[in-house]
Design a protein around this ligand. Structure first.
Ligand SMILES: O=c1[nH]cnc2c1ncn2[C@@H]1O[C@H](CO)[C@@H](O)[C@H]1O
Ligand SMILES: [Zn+2]
Length: 371
């Protein structure tokens, strides 16, 4: 039985890969653009909503990333960052997300008056406000932060130090993002080695626009805990003459070591990393028991949400509630918060949440008249 939209929305969900500057409400961009004196490509919220999706729908990661100038451009004051972060937490909670790791690049928010530390403090304040409002609305969510360094820039060591400085304040890890081709993760080895010495966690955008060498470097040179996307790992899987999948050494390593894949299906269609949801490697990777997780990447650019990602995957691959629970538990197992907190979310929130949905179905089935 395929899950209903209401079941999908109320199912407890976890997102590990969601960009703060890729998830603004269009209405908020319009308000903030006026404050910032930032010129937008279209003046109204509805027009902007469509503009972001159409412009990001380019088939190229580089062009997709160009759209961020109109989100980052209006996130240059403390007030703007607090508001965007609070709304992010509220929007995730309204979609049934119970735990989120949200990332952004502090170095992109220094155009006006803020220092790196000011940026982090503003965003943390916003997440706390949003969590409080979500809890008051009866939809509690916990939002943890990952700080991203841009791979074409040279501030990764500084950002890694920022992660350590704010590790007691809700910053749980590090990431590098931006254009992949020409900017291998080993450019930032210094930052990764520093983080490993500090016993800190990090993920790396790898295997999205560029293939296996980038994944291999991220894991075997840099020591990434997770892969941001990692979808091109399928390039190391071939079919035998008998039609059986055969894993190359890197694919086998990723699967056998249970390296989490932060898969973002809709985003991959827009950047050309996959041609359609039905042909997305998610289905194969899940079948081969890789540690797959479902993510939004950029809710604004892809006009998506966790519920929408679940629903397009269910449509393409026939997933049901038990599969959604598996993806959600996978995500929590891979989260950067302490193990006891992950376990508590799995046992006290996720499993009871799915069990309640299954029980509701059984009840509905027993009372056909009420259907
Ligand atoms: O899918 C992606 N691949 C690579 N970089 C990305 C992706 N989505 C967003 N960003 C980049 O990460 C920065 C910090 O959030 C964004 O400003 C954008 O440039
Ligand atoms: Zn991303």
């Amino acid at each position: 039985m395929s899950p209903t939209p209401e079941e999908i929305r109320s199912a407890p969900k976890v997102v590990l890969h969601d960009h703060l500057d890729g998830g603004l409400r269009p209405e908020t961009i319009v308000d903030l653009a006026a404050d910032h004196g930032h010129e937008l490509p279209v003046p109204d919220a509805d027009g902007l909503r469509t503009w972001f999706v159409d412009s990001a729908d380019s088939g190229s990661l580089d062009r997709y990333l160009e759209t961020f100038q109109h989100t980052v451009g209006v996130m240059q004051t403390r007030e703007a960052l607090v508001r965007v972060a609070a709304e992010c937490a509220e929007d995730l909670a309204a979609d049934g997300v119970v735990y989120a790791e949200v990332r952004y690049a502090p170095e992109l928010h220094l155009d006006r008056e803020l220092s790196l530390d000011d940026v982090v403090e503003a965003v943390q304040e916003g997440f706390r406000q949003g969590e409080q409002r979500a809890a008051e609305a009866g939809r509690p969510v916990k939002v943890a932060t990952l700080l991203t360094a841009m791979r074409h820039a040279a501030r990764s060591r500084e950002i890694a130090e920022l992660v350590i400085r704010y590790r007691e304040a809700g910053v749980v890890g590090f990431d590098i993002a931006g254009a992949e081709a020409g900017f291998p993760p080993t450019r930032h080895l210094d930052a990764f080695e520093f983080l490993r010495r500090e016993n800190a966690h990090f993920t790396i955008h790898a295997g999205e626009a560029f293939g296996l060498p980038s994944i291999w470097e991220a894991l075997q040179w840099c020591g990434a805990d997770r892969l941001g996307h990692g979808v091109r790992i399928v390039d190391d899987i071939t079919m035998s003459d008998a039609g059986q999948p055969v894993l190359g050494r890197l694919a086998a390593y990723v699967r056998d070591k249970r390296i989490p894949l932060e898969l973002c299906p809709s985003s991959n269609i827009q950047t050309g990393a996959a041609s359609s949801i039905a042909e997305h490697p998610f289905g194969l990777l899940a079948k081969l028991r890789f540690r797959v997780t479902v993510n939004t990447d950029n809710r604004l650019m892809s006009a998506t949400s966790m519920s929408r990602e679940f629903s397009v995957l269910a449509e393409a691959f026939g997933y049901d509630l038990s599969d959604f629970q598996w993806f959600t538990v996978n995500a929590l197992k891979s989260a950067f918060i302490p193990f006891d907190e992950r376990l508590a979310l799995i046992n006290d929130v996720v499993k009871p949440g799915y069990a309640a949905l299954v029980a509701q179905r059984t009840l509905a089935h027993l009372r056909p008249a009420s259907r």
